[in-house]
Design a protein around this ligand. Structure first.
Ligand code: FAD
Length: 286
């Protein structure tokens, strides 16, 4: 099933993201963790892809396993900046053979030192190739607070339109912790003539370390309301988990209440967190 059929539906949908193993040694434990998330029967799941190519085969095998065993539609991520054309084509052929029809087309982070094969510069370069390889439903990433490489938001949205014009049929946002940031972004995206669905991505933050990592790596704005939660509960893992899940749940309820029908949750192989969020929304997401 194509993900656009799910997110274009008026019924509120909830999806979860998982990551694949990095090595054979942890394959079984990670596969089990992704299956524990699949047991929750989300509307769809997505499986990330290692920018260095290290987890490329695992992305397909984890995605195919979820789809085959649990009948949960899956989106397989693919990045291109560190790839050759042959590598991308091989990956797409493996996805096709595994019956995967949904792909999230990404550039990936530029590796330290900037050394890349130089075949692909942006996610938009990847889209025509995916569409040529099969009848894939192609999604892309977007950044309500602007991508860190972008000089400003206007420029970033201009390039976002390039991705949609190239054939991307829906967008998933980077995490954000203030829904107003998302609604302002959505307004600007629509003003720029981008009409495809924009799925907000919500990260349940369940430990204080995550907050520092988010600040350093992606520079997301942490609103005072959330900072106070971390200040108060950051040293108490159980309390922080409960408060982080409650905060994410509130964000999701507010998004649904304001007309957003599809929400993606970065619960990242944590079935307990994903399950609690789904439970909190049990009468909203059926
Ligand atoms: P692009 O769309 O190529 O944009 C990157 C930058 O280039 C932006 O600043 C953009 O404005 C600019 N740009 C785009 N086109 C042009 C152009 N034609 N000319 C000049 N500038 C241009 N990373 C992983 O490694 N694996 C994953 O599985 C993964 N999943 C993700 C899922 C989501 C929902 C999100 C939001 C991010 C994900 N990432 C993942 C991170 C992502 O790879 C990085 O954020 C990366 O730096 C940018 O990828 P992109 O596809 O958004 O790039």
């Amino acid at each position: 099933m194509k993900v656009t059929d799910i997110i274009n539906d008026e019924k509120p949908s909830l999806s979860f993201e998982v990551f694949p193993p990095k090595t054979d040694a942890v394959f079984e434990s990670i596969r089990q963790a992704t299956e524990d998330v699949a047991w929750l029967c989300p509307d769809y799941m997505s499986v990330t892809y290692g920018a260095g190519g290290g987890t490329s085969e695992y992305t397909v095998s984890i995605a195919a396993n979820i789809q085959k065993r649990f009948h949960v539609p899956v989106v397989a991520h693919i990045t291109c900046i560190s790839s050759t054309r042959e590598g991308v084509q091989k990956q797409l052929a493996a996805m096709k053979q595994a019956g995967l029809v949904n792909v999230l087309a990404l550039r990936g982070d530029i590796p330290e030192g900037g050394n890349t094969p130089g075949v692909y510069a942006h996610a938009s370069d990847l889209i025509p190739e995916i569409m040529e390889a099969g009848d894939f439903c192609v999604g892309c990433a977007c950044y309500p607070e602007g991508h860190p490489d972008s000089p400003n938001q206007k420029e970033d949205i201009k390039h976002l339109k390039d991705k949609v014009d190239a054939g991307c049929s829906y967008l998933v946002t980077q995490m954000f912790f203030d829904n107003d940031v998302f609604f302002n972004f959505l307004y600007k995206v629509r003003e720029a003539g981008i009409t495809v669905p924009v799925v907000p991505g919500i990260m349940p933050v369940t430990n204080a370390k995550q907050v520092n990592r988010i600040r350093t790596l992606s520079g997301q704005n942490i609103p005072p309301r959330f900072r106070y939660i971390v200040d108060r509960f950051g040293d108490d893992p159980a309390a922080m988990t409960q408060a982080g899940i409650a905060y994410a749940t509130q964000q999701i309820v507010d998004l649904y209440a304001n007309g957003i029908n599809a929400v993606h949750v970065y619960s990242m192989n944590n079935a307990k967190v994903a399950g609690q969020i789904k439970q909190n929304l049990s009468c909203i997401v059926k």
